[in-house]
Every structure is written in structure tokens, then in C-alpha cells.
Design a protein around this ligand. Structure first.
Ligand SMILES: [Fe+2]
Length: 143
């Protein structure tokens, strides 16, 4: 595996969400670098925790917007997120239990999942969000 690259083809045309997706990629690359450099276990564990936490935060943001706008595919989308979080927590649990190999497995899993999810699932809510006045560009970075 190599570093993960963002491509504008993955844009959902809402900058705030694009930036969160880029942030996810950044943390995934951080994990990749930590694993490739055979960094110590604590450091790998810290990055892995960060990735798990940020994934949850990002999902919560998307789900909140979907609820606010009464998005009609909310239940399906939420169920997909829940499945991913469950898998990611399983990987985290295995790592904490002493399995060092799961870091790379988690990374491959998330990499395969992320771009597919953005294109096939996330892009479906864009029309609804835009219709309700969500702007394509943000004014500035707030976080
Ligand atoms: Fe999503």
C-alpha cells in the first residue's frame, strides 16, 4: 500500500465535508507512516485512536445534517456508518489486545471503503443539502 491521495473527483461540492474527508485521509496517512516506519506501539496506538475518534466525529456531523434536513435516506446511511464504526472498533480492540497486524488491515479496509462510500453514498445527500441552502464554500476554517 502507498500513501492515500485526495482527488477532486471525490468532492461532494460542500467544502466543509470535503475538508473532513481530507482530514480523514491525512490521519490515515499518518497511520500509514507510523506503520511503515515501524514506530513504537504507543505511537501507532495513538494515531489509530485518533483515526477512530475522527471517523466518529465526521459521521456524527453528516448524520446531524441529514437529520436537520429530514434526508429521506437517513436510516440507510446511518446504518452503513454504524456498521463501519463497529468494524473499526473491532480493529481497535484487536490492536489493544496485542495484535500488531491490525493497523495495516484497518488502513486497507478504510481506504477501500472511504472512496467508494463518498462516491456511492455521500454524494446522494448533496442535492438535499444544497436545496436547503448549504453553501458549497466555507468562509474560513473553523476547526
Ligand atoms: Fe457518509
Amino acid at each position: 500500500m502507498s500513501m492515500i491521495m485526495w482527488d477532486d473527483a471525490y468532492s461532494v461540492e460542500i467544502q466543509e465535508i470535503d475538508e473532513q474527508h481530507k482530514c480523514l485521509i491525512e490521519i490515515m496517512n499518518e497511520l500509514y507512516t507510523a506503520l511503515a516506519n515501524k514506530s513504537n506501539r504507543d505511537l501507532v496506538g495513538d494515531v489509530l485512536d485518533k483515526l477512530v475518534d475522527y471517523t466518529k466525529v465526521h459521521f456524527a456531523v453528516e448524520e446531524t445534517l441529514m437529520r436537520i434536513f429530514h434526508y429521506d435516506e437517513y436510516e440507510e446511511h446511518k446504518a452503513i456508518h454504524d456498521r463501519i464504526v463497529k468494524r473499526v472498533l473491532e480493529y481497535q480492540g484487536q490492536f489493544r489486545a496485542g495484535n500488531d497486524k491490525v493497523g495495516m488491515e484497518l488502513l486497507m479496509f478504510l481506504k477501500d471503503w472511504l472512496f467508494d462510500h463518498i462516491n456511492k453514498v455521500d454524494k446522494r445527500y448533496v442535492k438535499t443539502f444544497h436545496k436547503h441552502g448549504v453553501k458549497k464554500n466555507w468562509l474560513k476554517r473553523f476547526w
